[in-house]
Structures are given as C-alpha cells and as structure tokens.
Design a binder for this molecule. Structure first.
Ligand code: F6P
Length: 497
C-alpha cells in the first residue's frame, strides 16, 4: 500500500473506532432520515444500509478509500478487457457473455446452444449435469430459482461430489435411452468430474454434450464435436454461469428465459460501469463488506435469502466470494496487512431462524446479516407472503433494537447490524441482476483490498496431494514424503478398499 492508501485506511479505521462507541439506535436518533439517505437502488434491486454501523463520516472515509485504491481505474480496466488477472495473464470478461454487443464467438455459441436445446428437448426426459465448483453451483442455483420457468416434464439431475453416492442418485430411475449427459469442466481435467463422467458414460446415456474451454479434450474423451460448447479462458470458473456452463439451463428453461437472465445481468453491468461510487450499489456494498470485515473486525457475515427459491444462494456465494477474495497477498505479492474477505455463510429464512439465529441474537460475537426478500409475486398461498416479509423485517429490527432483560438468559443486547435488499420480483432478469451484483461486489471488494480476485492457487495444493496419495490407497506404497499421521491413516483406510 502506498502512503495515500495507508492514510485512507487510517481514516476509515478512525471512523470505525468512533462509531464502535455509538449504538445503531443512536445513529437513527442523530439522523432520522438515514433510512432514506442510506437506501440505494440499482436495476431490479433496492438496498437499505441504514442498519449498518455507518454515518456520513464513515461513508466519506469509504469513498476516500475507494478513490485511494483507484476503484474507478480498476473498474475501467475490467470493462476494457485488460489483463487484470495478472498471475494467470488473463482478462476477466464474464460481463462480455451478457453484453448487448457480445463478441461474435459468444453470439455464435449462444445461437448454437439455443438450436441444440430446441433439437434435443423432444429426444430426452432428463439431463444429468456433471461439474463441480463454478461448473456446478451457478446452473444449480439458476434452475432452482427459476423453477416456474422450466420446460414441463424435463428432469435435471446434478452430481458434483466424487463420493459415488452423488452419481448413483443422479441416475436413479432414469432411462439412459432418454437421457442427455452434459459434462461441464473448464479445464476438462477435474478429478471429480472426470470420474463421475466415466461412470455415467458407462451407464450408456444416448446423448453426450460438453461445456468446456478445452474442446479438443472433450472430443477426445468422446463427446461429438457438434455437441461441444466452448467458453474461453477469460471467463473464470466461478464467473461462468453466463456461458455454456449453463447448457442444461438453456435446455430446461423455456425459450428466452436464459436470455432474460443475461439481459438482467447486463443491466447491472451498466449500473456498475457507469454510476459513481456514491450511487453504485455493488461498490457501496463492497465498501460495507470491507468496513465490517476489516474496520469493525467481524470475521464473517450471514446471507439470509427470505426466499425458498434462493436457498442455494449462500452456497453459490461461498465460492464466488471466498475463492475470489480469500487471499493473503496483494497483487504485487506482498503480504496483506488487512484481511480481504471474511467467511460467507447462511441459509434460507425463515428456516435459519429456527437454527443458528440464536447465535446471531445472543452469541458473543456480532455477525452482520444480509437479508434478501423477493418483493414481487410469490408462489403458493398468497397469505404466506405477508408472513415472509414480517419475519424478514422482524429479524432485522430485533437484531438492531434487542430487548433488555434483568434475566441474563433472556437478555437481547441488540445493536447488531444488518442490510436488507429487495428484488423487485424473482424474474429471470432480476436474478441475473442479483448475481451480477454479487460478481461486481466481489470485484470491488478485491479492489479495496488491493488483491487479484480472479486466480485461485489456494485450491491446488490439496488437489495435488490427493493425486499423490491415491496410489497408496490403490495398492501402492505411501509417498516417502508423507507425514506419520497421514501414513497411519493410509494404513487404516487402504485395507478397507
Ligand atoms: O478447485 C477449484 C476449481 O478450479 C474452481 O475454480 C472451478 O470452478 C472448479 O474447480 C471446477 O473446475 P473445472 O471447471 O475446470 O472442472
């Protein structure tokens, strides 16, 4: 960090030290209009930050920090397709997959996907989608969230885990003659996906397709060339749901629905690209994430979608945020002085209220909570809708106001921060905007931390060690370099195979 950046952080930390002494209710008393001042809109979303521990002094410090970290400059580089993933020498152009003026190769692939979807639907009753991480979580979330837009009578099964139970479940009750296997892997080298794909291929599905950035490898593996849908190395795995990775979604959602998802994401791209920091929802939200993580020292935050259809959002965000920003070195390789990212966790409300909300209300540590509601039409009984809203609002309010009691076990200290975001409706467009919002927030958070969010070397070591240990479990000797505990475990587990 240079002198200006260090000074910006020092100012931010001084604001945090001041505000730690105030309660959220003090902040409302001092500024009754803060609910309006701290509510920010973007396409399909509106977010209320007023229950966060910030005021105009803090927001000014965060704006200054964004300037010191050259937020506008890095954002321009992102949208200019510059090589901002410097450790891998790549651009990060996931936004180009949904741009109204997408590159020709993107548009051609989109057209091929749509044609394939129309051609294959009458031939199949089921799709088995195999992939893991970014090749799994996005499409799984999109299909679950947009269930009312699904093609009737077409089943989609996902398997990611190398635990064989996952693939066994995936084909249970399916007819191979009426099944399409879609193998999704950017690299086409991932152990889990290739093991699962070999198993399902041997089961004999009539149709094979692949989504990959290594089309030759997919063809050599046995996928007909015409059924290989490419994406490119400038699309990071966890940013890839807009690509052919979502082939199963294109087929299983009604015509036009996936395009609407892309359109909504493009609307958010325009907002993020064009709005100044003070009105830029992903950037402000990123600043608040850093504020909570770094300035106030909260090690995690909980994401609670009050929407059953968004129940997979926490899992999706765990990869997006922690694989992107779970880093300990800056872009130039120097060790960070401050953490770039906390732990993302959560589950759908209201279910979560009946499990871990105890800790949120009365645990020792404050954990900021991010609540999402669908302000549009809900499925099912109309009378349920008010109950969903009442619960979401009540939790945010209870976290903030608490309720004092002379009985310690019944005492709610309150003064716990939350953010509330409403989607205008759970439409394909709004979902696209929401997911693009999180991508840009993750990027903006990385800019504030001074890191590269687009590599993920941290996942490599364990993968390599698993490859080294595998032979010892398949009849070979343990690697000489293995530690005594690992050797003991190999000795215990190998005879059980
Ligand atoms: O192990 C992490 C990871 O590399 C993710 O970044 C990626 O989304 C996932 O594995 C799957 O990789 P692939 O699409 O190449 O199979």
């Amino acid at each position: 960090m240079n002198t200006i950046q260090n000074a910006a952080w020092a100012r931010t930390e001084a604001e945090a030290a001041r505000l730690k002494r105030a309660t959220l209710l003090d902040l409302f008393a001092a500024e009754p209009a803060r609910a309006a001042h701290l509510t920010v809109s973007a396409p399909h979303l509106v977010t209320d930050f007023s229950k966060q521990r910030v005021d105009s002094g803090a927001m000014g410090a965060l704006a200054n920090l964004a300037e010191a970290m050259d937020f506008a400059g890095w954002r321009a580089k992102l949208f200019a397709g510059k090589i901002i993933n410097t450790t891998e020498g790549r651009a990060a152009m996931h936004w180009a997959l949904r741009a109204p003026d997408a590159p020709a190769n993107v548009r051609e692939t989109q057209a091929r996907r749509a044609a394939f979807a129309r051609h294959i639907r009458p031939e199949i009753d089921a799709i088995v989608h195999l992939g893991i991480g970014g090749s799994d979580l996005g499409p799984r979330l999109v299909l679950d969230a947009l269930k009312p837009h699904r093609v009737a009578g077409l089943d989609v099964r996902f398997a990611a885990n190398v635990d064989g139970a996952d693939v066994v479940d995936a084909i249970e009750g399916l007819d191979p003659a009426r099944t399409l296997l879609v193998v999704v892997s950017k690299t086409f080298t991932t152990q889990e996906t290739l093991a699962n794909a070999a198993f399902i291929r041997a089961w004999g599905p009539k149709h094979l397709a692949a989504a990959t950035a290594a089309p030759d490898v997919a063809v050599r593996w046995g996928v007909p060339q015409a059924n290989v849908f490419e994406f490119w190395d400038w699309v990071g795995g966890r940013y890839s749901l807009w690509s052919s990775v979502s082939l199963a979604c294109v087929i299983a959602l009604q015509d036009g629905v996936f395009d609407a998802l892309l359109d909504g994401a493009a609307e958010m791209d325009a907002h993020f690209r064009d709005e100044p920091f003070a009105r830029n929802l992903p950037a402000l939200s990123a600043a608040l994430q850093m504020w909570n993580r770094e300035a106030l020292g909260h090690g995690s935050y909980a994401i609670i979608p009050y929407s059953e259809r968004l129940r997979l959002l926490p899992l999706y965000l765990q990869q997006l945020e922690m694989e992107s920003n779970g880093k300990r070195v800056a872009r130039d390789g120097s060790v960070l002085e401050r953490s770039a990212c906390g732990v993302t966790w959560g589950a759908a409300g209201t279910n979560a209220q009946h499990s871990f909300f105890q800790l949120l209300h009365q645990g020792v540590d404050e954990i900021p909570v991010e609540i999402i509601v669908n302000a549009g039409v809900h499925e099912g009984p109309t009378s349920h809708r008010a109950k969903v809203f009442a619960n979401a609002l009540a939790q945010a309010r209870a976290l903030m106001v608490g309720r004092r009691s002379s009985e310690p076990h019944r005492d709610f200290p309150g003064n716990r921060a939350s953010t509330l975001t409403a989607l205008d409706a759970l439409t394909p467009q709004a979902l696209g905007a929401l997911l693009a919002f999180y991508e840009h927030r993750t990027f903006a958070q990385a800019v504030l931390a001074g890191i590269n969010p687009f590599d993920q070397f941290g996942v490599e070591l364990g993968k390599e060690m698993a490859k080294e240990l595998l032979p010892a479990l398949e009849g070979g000797a343990p690697p000489e370099t293995a530690d005594p505990s690992t050797i003991a475990w190999l000795g215990r587990l190998a005879p059980r195979l």
